[in-house]
Design a protein around this ligand. Structure first.
Ligand SMILES: [Fe+2]
Length: 447
């Protein structure tokens, strides 16, 4: 894999739960990730509610590359490389908006929202014989998927369909991204996307949200103040029982299994929201019965889309911008049908919890930043990272898919599965090989 002929799998020791620091700090490995991971895997692009009307667009990223998510005037959704076919300039320099066409500011080549090249400066005089404009449109992703309003794309035309890529991790969406009140009204973004850069490798972030519950200790200060919507000192949320759920595709979910009791007090800070969320909970109980409390808390869909699915409910994409730098993009969701007062309450709560100003996010970033810095030295790089918690404990579960470890046993199984799949992508060339690697019964203890 590298000039020293190492394989990625030799750096990720699943049996011992040890992972080489090289995969976080080595620039050569990072360069290979761009091709092996970010040019092949399905990547989160944006949410359908960001492009509701014809001509709406949202500029997103796939790895380091800028892409445009847009809806054309026939209503079709597209994902284009944000680079002019003429000389590579970004054809769209704004974050989001609405347009009738994308006009390159460099030499004025103009593209319709379906990617077709329609305008070339001095076309009739300068190009003799004329070139075929239909061959010089915007580069479009070969595969795109819309899953419950979330838009995904891959640059690999041979990649399996998104549903196969997601595997049984669909539970994350089924429970986490439907409306809280159980209605069909759906969800919408609250405001726009917060973006900022952190000096750490992107995998620190993806791994954290895949189900690293041991790091809760670093949020101790947040737990001691009234940060959570309950207004209580000493807790952010009523977490219930914690369960990690890992998948052979590299995805990981951390659940809090909420008891099916009637009363919910976690939004007691405001009488209005307390009443609204009690009403939502009662509707969910009625609709989902015993499964109402089985809702993901956080998770990561391989490679770099993470989410909070309860309180708060947000989505985070960790776009790599270098070996030791990542751009974090966080968006915030509310039920479309929620009253304005509830949306406002959640806006304030989300802001103090997540994002660059959010206290919980700041705790995490402090860890990732300094862990990165302290792992880059020649001596530091000799030691592997330690992922041994719950080693050999995960097993199939009667109600949840994938591999499960429950409290009271803490487990780092989900980060282990994430890195196992990362190594598969880095070492294996074809999707057939990747499928075979996935089909291996890799859980740590056969039931
Ligand atoms: Fe955290």
């Amino acid at each position: 894999m590298t000039s020293t002929n190492l394989t990625a799998r030799s750096l990720v020791d699943m049996a011992e739960g040890e992972i080489s620091r090289e995969i976080f700090v080595n620039a050569e490995i990072y360069e290979q990730e761009k091709e092996r991971i970010f040019s092949r895997a399905w990547l989160y692009i944006g949410h359908e509610s960001q492009i509701e009307n014809p001509g709406d667009y949202f500029v997103s990223k796939m790895g380091e590359e800028s892409v445009i998510l847009t809806r054309d005037f026939a209503g079709k959704i597209h994902v284009f490389l944000n680079s002019c076919a003429h000389r590579g300039m970004r054809v769209c320099r704004y974050d989001e908006g609405n347009t009738s066409a994308f006009r390159c500011p460099y030499h004025a080549w103009t593209y319709k929202t379906d990617g077709t090249l329609v305008g070339v400066q001095d076309y009739d005089n300068a190009y003799q014989p004329p070139f075929d404009k239909s061959e010089w449109g915007l580069v479009e992703v070969p595969q795109m998927a819309n899953y419950m309003g979330t838009i995904w794309a891959t640059w690999d035309e041979d990649a399996p369909p998104f549903e196969e890529y997601l595997g049984e991790a669909t539970v994350a969406f089924d429970h986490g991204f439907c409306a809280w009140d159980g209605s069909d009204a759906g969800t919408e973004l609250l405001g726009s996307t917060q973006k900022w850069r952190v000096p750490c490798n992107w995998k620190f972030i993806a791994e954290n949200f895949s189900g690293d519950w041991l790091h809760g200790v670093s949020h101790r200060s947040v737990d001691l103040i009234r940060l959570g919507p309950s207004g209580e000192v000493g807790r952010r949320d009523d977490f219930g029982q914690l369960v990690v759920n890992g998948f052979p595709e590299g995805h990981g979910i951390l659940y809090s299994l909420y008891p099916n009791k009637q009363e919910r007090t976690e939004y007691a800070m405001s009488p209005e929201t307390s009443e609204y969320f009690q009403h939502c909970w009662e509707r969910r109980l009625k609709k989902l019965g015993d499964k109402a409390g089985t809702c993901p808390l956080v998770g990561t869909i391989f490679p770099n889309m993470s989410f909070h699915a309860q309180q708060p409910r947000t989505l985070l994409v960790s776009h790599p911008t270098g070996t030791n730098e990542t751009e974090m993009w966080r968006t915030y969701f509310v039920d479309k049908s929620a009253p304005e007062s509830v949306k406002q309450f959640l806006r304030e709560y989300y802001m103090r919890y997540s994002g660059p100003a959010g206290m919980t996010e700041q705790d995490d970033m402090e860890n990732w930043n300094y862990a990165s810095e302290a792992s880059r030295g020649m001596i530091a790089r000799r030691r592997p990272y330690h992922y041994k918690a719950g080693l050999g404990v995960g097993s199939p579960h009667s109600e949840l898919p994938g591999v499960v470890t429950e409290q009271p046993i803490t487990s780092e199984q989900n980060p282990r599965f994430f890195y196992k799949r990362w190594a598969d992508y880095m070492d294996l060339g074809s999707w057939d090989e990747l499928r075979d690697a996935k089909s291996v019964r890799f859980w740590e203890r056969a039931s």
